[in-house]
Design a protein around this ligand. Sequence first.
Ligand SMILES: NC(=O)c1ccc[n+]([C@@H]2O[C@H](COP(=O)([O-])OP(=O)(O)OC[C@H]3O[C@@H](n4cnc5c(N)ncnc54)[C@H](O)[C@@H]3O)[C@@H](O)[C@H]2O)c1
Length: 428
Amino acid sequence: MTIAQDLIGRAERRQALFGIVGLGYVGLPLAIELANAGFRVLGFDVQQNVVDGLNAGHSHVKDVTDAQLQTAVRTGRFTATSDMCRLAEPDAVSICVPTPLSKFKDPDVSYIVAATEAVKQTLRRGQAIILESTTYPGTTREILLPALESTGLTVGQDFFLAFSPERVDPGNAHYGTRNTPKVVGGITKDCIRVAVALYQPAIDTLVPVSTTEAAELVKLLENTFRSVNIGLVNEMAIVCDKLGVDVWEVIEAAATKPFGFMKFLPGPGLGGHCIPVDPHYLAWKMRGLNYKTRFIDLAGELNTEMPLFWVRKVAEALNGQGKAVRGAAVLVLGIAYKRDIDDIRESPALDIIHLLEGQGATVSYADPHVPAFTEDGHEFHSVALDPATVAGADCVMIVTDHTAVDYHMIKRHARLVVDTRNAMPKED
Ligand SMILES: NC(=O)c1ccc[n+]([C@@H]2O[C@H](COP(=O)([O-])OP(=O)(O)OC[C@H]3O[C@@H](n4cnc5c(N)ncnc54)[C@H](O)[C@@H]3O)[C@@H](O)[C@H]2O)c1
């Protein structure tokens, strides 16, 4: 029996031990889904407080409840550790570490490099390594493969190497790790077969592609598609504003076309760890090949300008009431980058607050999912969203529309509303 067949058999019998490196928004849900499928999972994270919290049954990721985590911990299916030497134990290691941008919007693959280095230290025959972090095409082959083969082990024979992009959509009640089809590309054919077999028990649909580059590019196409279409619809919002046409009416009417149109919504700009970040990974890679990715750059430009567009709308609205931005009390409603989640990474609300404060406004915020946050050393605490607070603001600016917010109450009590997300009820 080859080691590929052995690993595939262990996966089918749920006897393979999984290691998940990086227990954040992506790694933790994946770990719990694998545990639910019957695997034992060893989670690795460099943050000791994250590890301790998880072992004590406290989930720091909204998509995983404490009850789900506690079941996995109690049954011995999930344990977290910060001891990277234990990376020798798992048969399969999925790497789910962050891939941010540097100050100059270049890829920062330092977390991938560090995780690869840790995996390399204990790499042994019969292990499968699967990178999940979103990254530019070529990363698996150019960074992981040489590092892992420097141990003297050979890919496809001694160990297996694959890339499988995570598609988690935090806060999505319909699609989670299990029922979202998962793309898998490998360095060799056996790498693909092994990776597919490992994920099969936990994921309903697997989509094998021929190379790791194809799998890396799938994720970047998906996120670039979103960025470009959001850029387009944001531009349409600016166009409609200048023409005095209701952009929401136009979009809803266009969306009645049963083919050839896909509805995207304008808003305050892009946020989160993915859509504003990932396309730059591809743009960077292509710059190195003397190709300028024009759609990516243009969409990035349009989406980045949206906070400024909306701050201008606040200024105009205040002006209409004979008030200046300077000295105005502005209540920003919703600070998370999208509905019903607690993640503020890259949130356009932060830019909006910064711009408003820069123009002399006194800014407070309310967000049922984000009780407090720190930005540039300045601590912010969510105010209570009650009639008195709403009535006390010169302007309420809706940035993220959360389900838990009572917009009828806001409509009744606010002196002025600027709504970037069309959240306000149209009729009482
Ligand atoms: N958040 C999303 O919605 C989402 C969706 C799809 C893909 N992704 C991609 O998945 C990857 C992970 O994103 P995330 O949102 O889960 O990040 P995250 O910041 O929530 O979690 C990453 C975790 O990795 C840990 N870590 C960092 N370096 C480590 C190392 N060397 N060893 C062990 N642990 C380490 C961190 O402590 C952190 O807990 C990124 O590439 C991201 O682009 C994210």
